[in-house]
Write a protein that binds this ligand. Structure first.
Ligand code: HEC
Length: 280
């Protein structure tokens, strides 16, 4: 009995190319729509944030900033201490001795936070939300921009407001590092309808005063602008990791899947051609 391989080869090629197509369409859709943060309100477009989840020093520094400055109010209740320490390649002993301190916390515990929801709701008017999924909810771009756009506003309870989250109930906990950020006015060139700068008869650029620009008072923070940006980058990188801890592994495996598809499609189309020869 002879087996006719032709239909089999034909469907192999058909299915593998369909899978291939599906794979690229899903990458495209993912790139276009996923992690799309909400618009950054008064700030306009959010600043772009590109995560780097294999950059361990960045994730470690983000974790340390989070536990030092944020964990007092915000929990990460869907992640466990030992998972974070092993994913971030921090030996458990060092992690617990230098960051966690509290001896009643066990490595397998969830990071449920240290503040009671009821107290905090009384203090801030709203309980600080859990931040495990915050980068999934708003997008990393939003979180990154939000953390950089606190500014002084004496009409508010904590003397600060935020461009991305106007009227926010969170104090600016990083003010000592960033310095006093304020909204200032600047003279900016007037843009003509053709997109260029407007000039007067003498060729001088015409300017107008516009307000709402962020500016940090010099010498008021312990970090300079680049250092503060890096701190917020690492912090947002860490929050991106916490929101989806398997992302690193998925992105790594994805490449093997692509290689498999390429080789499989090539092999099955060769096989198909081989069998086609019998029919001509
Ligand atoms: C003193 C308590 C406190 C500390 C410390 C604190 N926050 Fe908050 N945070 C709040 C409160 C309260 C809110 C809710 C604000 C609101 O809804 O108006 C909030 C809201 C947020 C939000 C918006 C969440 C959402 O879904 O709307 C993010 C993001 C956030 N905090 C990040 C941080 C980070 C990162 C740190 C550490 C650098 C930090 N917070 C430190 C009290 C705090």
């Amino acid at each position: 009995m002879t087996i006719d391989f032709k239909p089999l080869c034909y469907s192999l090629v058909k299915y593998s190319s369909t899978l291939f197509l599906y794979f690229f369409i899903s990458i495209f859709i993912n790139k276009t729509y996923a992690a799309e943060g909400g618009p950054c309100k008064d700030y306009g477009e959010c600043e772009e944030f590109k995560h780097s989840l294999t950059d361990m020093p960045s994730l470690q520094s983000g974790a340390s900033t989070f536990i030092t400055y944020c964990y007092g109010c915000h929990s990460l209740q869907y992640s466990r201490w030992n998972r974070v320490s092993s994913d971030l390649e921090i030996p458990e002993e060092i992690f617990f001795n230098s960051l966690v301190f509290d001896p009643s916390i066990k490595p397998g515990d969830l990071m449920v936070g240290s503040m009671s929801k009821q107290d905090s709701a009384e203090w801030f008017g709203v309980a600080p939300p859990d931040l495990t999924l915050v980068t999934r909810l708003h997008g990393s771009d939003w979180v990154y921009t939000y953390l950089k756009t606190f500014y002084e506003d004496s009409s508010k309870q904590y003397g600060v407001n935020n461009l991305v989250y106007p009227g926010v109930a969170m104090p600016n906990v990083l003010a000592a590092l960033q310095g006093n950020q304020q909204l200032v006015c600047k003279n900016v060139p007037v843009i003509a309808s053709n997109g260029g700068e407007k000039r007067d008869d003498l060729g001088k650029t015409i300017t107008e005063e516009k307000c709402g620009y962020l500016s940090v008072k010099e010498g008021t923070g312990t970090l300079n602008e680049q250092e503060f940006d890096k701190l917020i980058y690492d912090l947002t990188n860490f929050l991106t990791y916490v929101g989806d801890p398997d992302k690193i592994e998925r992105e790594r495996l994805g490449w093997y899947v692509v290689f498999f598809f390429i080789i499989f499609t090539a092999l099955s189309s060769l096989l198909y051609r081989e069998y086609q020869k019998d029919y001509h």
